[in-house]
Design a protein around this ligand. Sequence first.
Ligand code: CP
Ligand code: NVA
Length: 302
Amino acid sequence: MKHLLKLQDLTKEQILEILNLADQLKFEKKNNIPHPYLAGKTLGMIFQKSSTRTRVSFEVGMYQLGGSALFLSNRDLQIGRGEPVEDTARVLSRYLDGIMIRTFEQAEVEALAQYGSIPIINGLTDYCHPCQVLADLMTIREYKGGFDGLKMTFIGDGNNMANSLIVGGITMGMEVCIACPENHKPDAALMEWAKENGKFTCTSDIKAAAKDADVLYTDVWASMGQEGEADLRKKEFAGFCIDAELMSLAKPDAMVLHCLPAHRGEEITAEVFEAHADELFEEAENRLHAQKAVLVKLMADK
Ligand code: CP
Ligand code: NVA
C-alpha cells in the first residue's frame, strides 16, 4: 500500500489490517500508552474545501504519533494561483513525508501521487471519501462485531459518501442498498462493480431500502461545491430523510451513521440524530484512530 487515493485500491485484507491497527491505536490512546510510530515525520495537509473533522483528526493524529502536521490552505499555496499540481507534488515531496489532500477533482489527487514520491492520502474529493468510510467500517465492527450478513442502507445523494460506502460495504461482505432520487445516483461504474461483486441495489423507494437494515447512513443533500444548487436540491431530495417512521422499518437494533456535518430537518430528523448520538460521535472519534492507522501503514519506516 503506497497511497490511499480511493478505497477500491485496497483489498479486504488490507482494510482489515487498517481496522485492526486502528483498534490497537485506540486502545493505546485510551490507556495512555505512548505510540510515537511517526517520530520526526511531517504530514502536509492541503485543503481546497472546509473541514472540521478531517483537519483536526489528521493534525492531532500526527502529533499523537510523535510527528507533526502542516495545514496548507489553498488560499496561501501557489497551487491556488495556478502552479501546476505536478510541480507542487515534486516540490512538497522533498520537504514532507506524506500529503493529505481535500479537493474537488479526483484527478488532482491521482496526479499528486503520480508526480510526487511520497504517500498521498485522499481527504475527500467530489468522487469519494475513503478515510471517512474506514472510520465507518471501524464503528460498524465495534457495534456489530463484524460485517457478515449485515445490510447497510444509504439514504440520500449518490455522492462521494455513497460511492465510498458502496466500495467499503461490498468489499467487507455487507449487503449495500442506496436509496436516492433517479437523477442523483452513485457512480455508474461503481454500481456495476458492486452488482458483480456482492449484494447491491439502488432504488428510489426509501421504505424498501430501509427494510431490515442493520445500518442506516445519510449525508447532506448539497455537498461542498454545490451550495448554488441548495434550493433546487431541497425540492429534489424532499422525503429522503431518516426519521422515526423509517427507523421503524429497519432492524430494532439498527445503528445510524452520518459523516457529518448534519442538517437536522433535512436528511435526518433531530429526534433520530439525538437518539443515535452515541454511535454518531463514536464514528466521528474513529476518524482519528482509523486515520492514524493509515498514516502508520503509509509513513512508518519499514
Ligand atoms: N466528515 C468529514 O469529513 O467532516 P469534515 O468536513 O469536518 O472534515
Ligand atoms: N458529501 C459531503 C461530505 C462532507 C464530509 C461533501 O462533500 O460536502
